[in-house]
Every structure is written in C-alpha cells, then in structure tokens.
Design a protein around this ligand. Structure first.
Ligand SMILES: Cc1cc2nc3c(=O)[nH]c(=O)nc-3n(C[C@H](O)[C@H](O)[C@H](O)COP(=O)(O)OP(=O)(O)OC[C@H]3O[C@@H](n4cnc5c(N)ncnc54)[C@H](O)[C@@H]3O)c2cc1C
Length: 408
C-alpha cells in the first residue's frame, strides 16, 4: 500500500480529511482480464486493420482508462510504475491495444500533471474517470513528420470563442476516441515553436478523413489522417505552455509507456521462441535445436530492454515532481535515448525470436508464428523517427562532459 501524493489531493475539492490510499491489489486481475480480451481478438484486429473494440470495452469495464486519474477526481491514482506494467502486460497480448492504451495514458498524464487548478481540465479528469473517456493524440501535422516542437495551425480567437483547423497527418484511433489532446501554435502571429496544448472532446470538433491506414503493422491503431476542425472556449487550452508539458510529461511518459508496450511485444515473441525450442528439444530427446542460440540472444536482449526501461522509470519516479530535474539537458537526453534504444532492442529481440523459430516463426499460421509481432514492432523506430531524435540529441550531448568514472 502506498499513500498517494498530497499534491493531487490539494488540488481536489474533496473535503475529507482521510488520506486516499492507493490500493494496487486489484490492478493485476483487472489488467489480466483486459489482456485476455485483447489476446482473443489480436489476430482479427491485425487482419482486418480494425479497432480492438472488445479490448477497449474491457478496459472501460475494468475502469483502466481512468486508472491514473487521482482518487479525489474519481480514478485510482495509479503511478507510472503501475501504468507501464499495464502497457507491458497488454503488449504481450495485442500490440495495437497496448499502443492505444500507452498513447491514451500519456494524454491522461498531461491532464493530471498540468490540468490541476483549471476547472475545465479538472472536470475533464472527472469525466475520464466516470465515463471512461478514450483520449487520442494529435501532434503530427502536414509534412512535418515527428517534429513535434513546431506547429503550423494556430489557435484563432474571436471574443470568448477559439477555433483551430489542423491538417492532422496521423491520429491513432481518431475516429473511435472520445476526445483529442492536440498541440497548436499559440496564435496567428506566434512562432511555430510557441505552442499550446488543448484538450478537446467530441462535441467540440469534427474529423474529416484525409488519409487511410493500410500499413505493415500496428494495424489496429487505425492511425488515419484527418482534417481536424475545432471550436470551443479558451479555457480548453492548458494553463502551462507546451514547452514545459512536452519536457516534463509528454516526452518522458510517452517514451516510458511506448517502450513498455514494445517490451511486451518482445516478451510475447520470446515466449513463442521458448515454446518452440522446448518442443524441438523434447522431439530430439533433449538435444537442443540449432536455433537455441538465437533464443538465448532473444532472452538476453529482452532482459537488457526491461532493465533499461526500469532504470529510466526509477529516475523518472525519483524526479517526477522536480520540474528543474525533468527539464534538465541530461534527463531530456536520457529519456529520448530510452525511446531510441528501447525501439531498437525490441526489434532485435523479436528478430532473434523469429530466427530461433525458423520457418515456424516465419509462417503466418501456427503456434510459433512471429510475423505479426515483427510487423508491429517495426513501427517502434519510426514512431518519432530515431534518426530525428538522435540528430536533435547530438547538439545537446556536445554540451555535457563524457563521464570520467563509471558511476558519474
Ligand atoms: C503506429 C503509429 C502510431 C502513430 N500515432 C500517432 C498519433 O496518434 N498522433 C500523431 O500525431 N502522430 C502519430 N504517429 C506519427 C508519429 O508521431 C511521427 O510523426 C511519425 O512516426 C514520423 O514519421 P516519419 O518518420 O515519416 O517522419 P519524419 O520524422 O519526418 O522522418 C522522415 C524521414 O526523414 C528522416 N529524418 C527526419 N529527421 C531527420 C534528421 N534530423 N536527421 C536524419 N534523418 C532525419 C527519417 O529517418 C525518415 O527517414 C504515429 C506513428 C506510428 C508509427
């Protein structure tokens, strides 16, 4: 049992003097139920490139969509430790469900960490918990790729009303979501990097489909392109500028949740390779099949991947309420490198698992098929392209000294 952070309680209108107690004991069972629903439809979701409706319905039924919302606002107050565990468990079951959950939780984290004190955002937090709203993300715009810190579309203001028209190249589950958290240029005369974040709900916007989603993997995320047209009120803009939200929450939480989902996919592949090697060894009277070395490599790579995620999670948890530490050059470089390294290691793990299984892994049918997992995990290095991230970090990393000792 863990007593929840006082800062969440302070922001709530709760009059009780009783502290809220975070009871994690129900999480494993709730997540297991959702994972079972996700696993049951994973193949069909991939084949038909359809939204994993049953899995997301199960997440609603088990109240996982609002699990991170602080208790005073009606959620469980789950920590990033809990949420990343959930992303991993779902990744083992269905990659698309895990990625949808990871993206949703990243948006919820922005709401929880940067919406306190704003009546609109606090009300939305309550709605996410009570109505189990699913939130999508709109960062990619036009031909701008993963350059999230630059927006073209600007918030237009007329009296009390604001509006936004955005060429949203990709919005995963845009058509199925109940709301969208989107970046925008602050105003018509603002620079592209002077951005705000808005949380908008379905009644405030329309989506006109501009690009279909016919992809190699992650087909159930239904990440089509849309023209987003929004009209609403100025209080839907988060009180803090996007530069802060990006550094302190969007990037770290996004990278931790995505990496955990990818690690889950990698774990599913290793599990298949293990079953294949066991069966092959049994069939050969205990003799290890030639692919066993690839299985060992898959297992070791998965261990490295998990260790890297947990190390970064520990650092994040140690500093999650320290704005300066989160915004520091060192932390930003590290959390960006996590995304790059985790995505590469996840691909490597699944490749090793495929090679361990040989033809049985390469086939699209059978118990040892690794094809879907490989197609899904190949999205990881391009989901904010690793090349772009590495190029951005290069300048920053020139400014910090190379450590003189192992533990510096
Ligand atoms: C499964 C999935 C779901 C997604 N869901 C969403 C969503 O819900 N909402 C959303 O807004 N976006 C979403 N995206 C888009 C994502 O956020 C990125 O915008 C997108 O992956 C970037 O694609 P890109 O590589 O084509 O673009 P870019 O980043 O522009 O890269 C294009 C090419 O240029 C190269 N490149 C770019 N910059 C550099 C550089 N500095 N140095 C060297 N080479 C460089 C890259 O290697 C790449 O080959 C999703 C993407 C995926 C894969």
């Amino acid at each position: 049992m863990n007593v929840q952070q006082a800062s969440f309680r302070d922001a709530a209108a709760d009059k009780s003097s009783e502290p809220f107690i975070l009871d994690r004991s129900s999480f494993p069972q709730r997540v297991a139920s959702v994972a079972a629903a996700a696993a049951a439809e994973a193949e069909d979701v991939d084949r038909a490139a359809r939204f994993p409706q049953t899995a997301i319905d199960a997440a609603r039924q088990h109240r996982l969509l609002g699990v991170q919302i602080p208790q005073p606002f009606g959620g469980d107050g789950a920590s990033m430790l809990d949420v990343t565990d959930m992303c991993y468990a779902l990744g083992r079951a269905c990659s698309s469900t895990a990625m949808i959950f990871a993206m949703h939780q990243t948006k919820v984290a922005c709401l929880v960490r940067h919406g306190a004190g704003s009546s609109y955002h606090e009300a939305l937090m309550r709605r996410v918990a009570s109505e189990q709203l699913l939130l999508a993300s709109s960062t990619t715009e036009g031909q701008n790729g993963g350059n999230i810190r630059f927006s073209t579309a600007a918030v237009e203001r007329t009296d009390a009303e604001i509006s936004l028209v955005r060429n949203a190249t990709v919005i995963s589950y845009g058509a199925q979501a109940d709301g969208i958290v989107t970046i925008a240029r602050r105003a018509n005369d603002a620079a592209g990097s002077d951005q705000v974040l808005l949380a908008i709900t379905k009644k405030d916007y329309t989506l006109e489909r501009s690009l279909e989603w016919e992809t190699l993997g992650m087909r159930g995320t239904c990440s089509a392109g849309f023209e987003l047209k929004f009209t609403g009120s100025a209080d839907q803009i988060f009180p803090e500028g996007y530069d802060k939200i990006h550094a302190q929450t969007m990037t770290p939480v996004g990278h931790l949740c995505w990496s955990s989902a990818w690690a889950g996919i990698a774990a599913a592949a290793v599990e298949r390779a293990q079953a294949f090697i066991r069966k092959a060894a049994r069939g050969a009277g205990g003799q290890m099949p030639p692919g066993a070395a690839h299985y060992t490599a898959a297992k070791m790579t998965l261990a490295k991947l998990r260790a890297m995620i947990t190390a970064n999670l520990d650092i994040y948890l140690a500093h999650e309420h320290d704005e300066r530490a989160l915004s520091s050059l060192d932390f930003q470089s590290q959390i960006n490198l996590l995304k790059v390294e985790a995505s590469e290691l996840a691909v490597e793990t699944v490749m090793c698992a495929m090679r361990a299984c040989g033809l049985a892994g390469y086939r699209n049918d059978g118990d040892f098929s690794v094809g879907r997992l490989l197609r899904d995990v190949l999205s990881a290095p391009i989901m904010i392209n690793n090349d772009r991230i590495l190029a951005n970090i290069a300048t920053a990393s020139l400014m910090s000294a190379v450590p003189a000792t192992l533990r510096d």
